[in-house]
Design a binder for this molecule. Sequence first.
Ligand code: PLP
Length: 500
Amino acid sequence: MDASEFRKRGKEVIDAIADYYENLDQVPPMAAVKPGYLYKLMPHEAPEDPESFDDIQKDIQTKIMPGITHWQSGNFFGWYPSNSSFPAMLGDMYSNMFDVIGFNWLCSPATTELETVVMDWLGKLLGLDKRFLSIKEDGTEGDGGGVIQGSASEAHIVAMLAAKEKALERIKADGSVSEDESDAMRHKMVAYFSDQTHSSGQKGTNIIGCKSRTIPTDGNFRLTKAALVTAIEEDKQAGLIPFFVCGTFGTTNTASIDDIPGIADVAAAEHLWYHIDAAYAGASLTCPEFRPLAVGIERADSFNFNPHKWMLTNFDCSAMWVASSTHLTNALGIHREYLPRVKGETAFVKDYRDWQVPLGRRFRALKLWFVMRMYGASGIRAHIREHVRQAKWLEQQLLTDGRFEIMVPVVFGLVVFRIKPSALATSGDVAVEESTVNAANINYSKHINADGRVFLVGTKLKGVDAVRAAIGSTIGKQENVELLLQVLKQSAADIISQQK
Ligand code: PLP
């Protein structure tokens, strides 16, 4: 394909993308195909001779499209949103154009420097403490800074690696153990999570080879200071070495917020690395009214949120900041002659390969730069506030209906609810068994999705089955939430009548 053919086909693809978004709400959000459908439709060898663009384009429509789950639909309320936006897509097109592997400054100076600039912009937009910024007020380089990871899971792993480095350094420095003994201590190191922490925490400990301890949350699904203190005391008694704790600002199940300042107290007293996972709800901090909920994050060692969830930036874009990069770069920096470092006099020269697991990295800062410039802070805040308004509207409607129980008060765009036990009781029933209520609510989420007009997922909260509706699609409007409410009410009526 030469440039003139690309020009023609590229315009066709842009048209197809615009058509897709204009008609997205007309199609069911969930793919209606059976496992293995595509294998049956596909040849089982790669083509020997070149095939035409038109044939591939036709296959996109007839073979791929039926198997797509439309995450960008306004009627998609599953998991957490994964926002796309046209500005982000335009930025990513430039990233594809350059296709640089920007692992250090020399690889592509603009790639490194734009990342430093936009991560400072974004940090300021969230109101993060200046410890997390790369460039200090006097224009010199600080020890902290931001980096774009591919995912919150990677941020978790990288934070734990830095934490391990810091802990080993402390153990060696106190002189009570030899170098060899301190290496053996890796297996005694414990990372702390709550029973609501995202699975990436546990995965991270599996990868780095340390112990993990899961602490039960309180009745509001929060990790508390007292529970953390108890767990640490027990582990220290058992000869283990606490080194890392994750606090979550907006958990996956319920968007609950851990005791962020209380955990900071414990982390400081016990020399733990304090990582805050705000993968979903971190975007809310662009709006100053949410910042009181996050008091204490200024005391964290690392903080992470995903603009690719709720801040209009196509996957993948996970923003991570560290207050001090020394342990991170000590843990991840490896020297080879073919990977020259360029450490200049200026404040902008970071070797981001030392801040992440892979060597190669995409020019992801471009899409974030496009989003921040083309929406502006005001546009980003309007996006967040509108979804929160819609979520609170839905919560109110469900409460007014009388058949639903809201599992946790709505703070962001997530509404977690169930059909309440009394709505499932037949006349004369004293109390409906919890197992019956759970079974009815599992059926309820299946029934909602079987309707086909909307999509969401169920969850289990301390043994109680519930339904999650995550509002936050870029193109989602009030009409989409009204449709959701209509389906929720109709499906609830069906489940209740089946029960009786
Ligand atoms: N942390 C939280 C609170 C999440 O909700 C999620 C995903 O939904 C993650 C981490 C994992 O995000 P990623 O897919 O970017 O690894």
